[in-house]
Design a protein around this ligand. Structure first.
Ligand code: TQI
Ligand code: CA
Ligand code: ZN
Ligand code: ZN
Length: 172
């Protein structure tokens, strides 16, 4: 079953359009166009299940959600740990910060199952999970759910399960 954060925070019901900015990319070798495409697909999964819509903005000042790659300690008390372990984290509504560990062997747009590194991680899969957190979902006890708290490296998992859909639809 799905869960929410304590106090069930969500974006205001009146706010149907959320803007996101991809702001910190100096620590990744993935090019900007690829990042834009991967995050657009990840947000589209949640837009399909809700009445929310998401658009990318180049202006950080206009953004509700900011996305960036960081290495090690990066000033929020939740430092990253190098390859594997913690891959990314996102804060509950309406904070909007979504940070990715720059040390991961991210695969963006390709076939992660044939990646050369055993530690390769599919960026879109992690993005779909973290966007769930950004929107207010906690973890699920349903194994097939996007919000289930386990992912295997070299695996792609991007389709919302009915558990994810019921959870987000009861919040928005
Ligand atoms: N990052 C954890 C996560 O996103 C961080 C975290 C732990 C967290 N507890 C939380 C974030 C509670 C919000 C609320 O779950 S992670 C997975 C999964 C991670 C884990 O790097 O361990 C995915 C990132 F679900 F597979 F475990 C992405 Cl998909
Ligand atoms: Ca890590
Ligand atoms: Zn962080
Ligand atoms: Zn999680």
């Amino acid at each position: 079953l799905y869960s929410y954060f304590p106090g069930q925070p969500s974006w205001p019901r009146s706010k149907k359009s959320l803007r996101y900015a991809i702001t910190a990319t100096s620590q990744t070798t993935i090019d900007g166009a690829t990042l834009s495409a991967v995050f657009a697909r990840a947000f589209a999964r949640w837009a399909e299940a809700t009445t929310l819509n998401f658009t990318e903005t180049a202006r950080e000042a206009d953004a509700d959600i900011t996305i960036g790659f960081y290495g090690g300690d990066h000033g929020d008390g939740e430092g990253f740990d190098g390859p594997l372990g913690t891959l990314a984290h996102a804060f509950s509504p309406t904070d909007g910060r979504f940070h990715l560990d720059a040390a991961e062997a991210w695969v963006a747009g390709g076939d992660v199952s044939v990646a050369s590194s055993e530690a390769a991680v599919d960026l879109e899969s992690v993005a779909v999970h973290e966007i769930g957190h950004l929107l207010g979902l906690g973890h699920s006890s349903v194994e097939g759910a996007i919000m289930y708290p386990t992912i295997t490296s070299r695996t792609r998992k991007v389709d919302l399960a009915s558990d994810d859909v019921v959870g987000i639809q009861s919040l928005y």
